[in-house]
Write a protein that binds this ligand. Sequence first.
Ligand code: UGA
Length: 469
Amino acid sequence: MRIAVVGSGYVGLVAGACFADLGHDVILVDNDERKLAALNAGEVPIHENFLPELLQRHRGRKLTFSSDLQAAVRASAAVFVAVGTPPTEQGDADLSYVESVARDIAGAINGYKIIVEKSTVPVYTSEWVRKVILRNGAAAGSYDVASNPEFLREGTAVVDFLYPDRIVLGSDSERCTSLLREIYAPLIDGTYYQKPDAIPRPDGASIPAQVIATSTKSAELIKHASNAFLAMKISFINAVATVCESVGANVQQICQGIGADKRIGPRFLNPGIGYGGSCFPKDLMAFRAVAKECGYDFRLLDEVMRINEEQRQRFLRKVRSALWTLRGKRLAVLGLAFKGGTDDIRESPAMLLVQALLQEGCQIAAYDPAAMPRAQEVFHSQVDFASNAYEAARGADAVLVLTEWEEFATLDLTRLYNQLKYPIVIDGRNLYDPEVMGAHGFTYYSVGRAPVVPQAPEAGSQTAKVNRS
Ligand code: UGA
């Protein structure tokens, strides 16, 4: 099928590349000519597993790039709208890009088409899109508006798209639903998974993909409710971690204990320094605003956001209490991205913490496997950027672990110890086993677990360091 995807940002680019891999002819539309030129020249603008392979495979063949929205609409049976919905100052979603795309689409409808929301939008957006298209001259009956939310996680977006937990098809017309089913047919009937060049199946993927057909409004709500629920799970465990710290319990054991209950499940129960990224913070605010507009005061969401903010402040207090004063202290920061596996620093708790520590007069030496170029644009020379974790740790008063990169979990602890001025690790992501850290001579603080302070390592000094080899 010929498909137009409007918006070559994160969601649009991944969806476009994956639709091409399912065998469709995709036109990816964007009004940013520089972005299009970069894509045409073979650049991959985001750090995402398997995306370079898919772009390489389909660029100029099943996947083309264009700035001509109306021509793309005329040529396509389905138009996926994946433009940005940034938050306004009040926290609700700014839908002006969606509206302007809907207006342009209206003038290009030349036969039955489906217009599908891919961006995360408030419930009722589909109704507005339908009205805008009608008001701008399209004939009633010549189109349907549907909602097909994405549940892609940054870093694993391609795999999430091709091996989804579920495909939600929200539509209010049979004709539209059957076109949507046709688009996803290779995932629904499983033929995609038999292709020799299919993107490899991740552990635990259930294939073929499950379809959940709903009304358009329900699909819109499913997206907001999913993200809100996941954020709630994170805030919940962060709050439990705080209780653990005050009573001397171990939050990791609590996670195991509650996560084994199938009704709860073990995922998204990792305590840390709070959630970040371009989705959860924005979607929580938007969902809160939508609920209010619909007459419901969703105060649970306020609490989820409050706990999230507080979690970062608690971590800052932990750093302060481990180091006493902060001014002039040299800190090694491991991780700047909002989570492991991505170069994205939007709403990254790690970035916010570095900002706060700089304000306190700390010197920061930071290392992140992917996010440093983006972080450099923010901090410039205020932060020393190291080429690896050990270099960042050299001569530091403490190490702060702020992003859950796998490579940080497997550091050579003896080497790390030998780099530091004081062997103090403050781990915001619980990457290490406290016992192991103690055995290596570290003073170790983590989240929701008792701190480890080695027994008098050297007479006369609580934090003195013994060099090891
Ligand atoms: C999130 C959702 O997981 C996706 O399903 C959704 O499609 C996407 O938002 C979106 O709306 O576009 P993403 O923002 O890529 O995906 O990142 P997550 O993996 O969900 O992590 C979000 C934040 O929560 C990160 O800062 C991460 O470090 C934190 N987190 C996650 C925790 O602190 N603990 C956990 O157990 C899990």
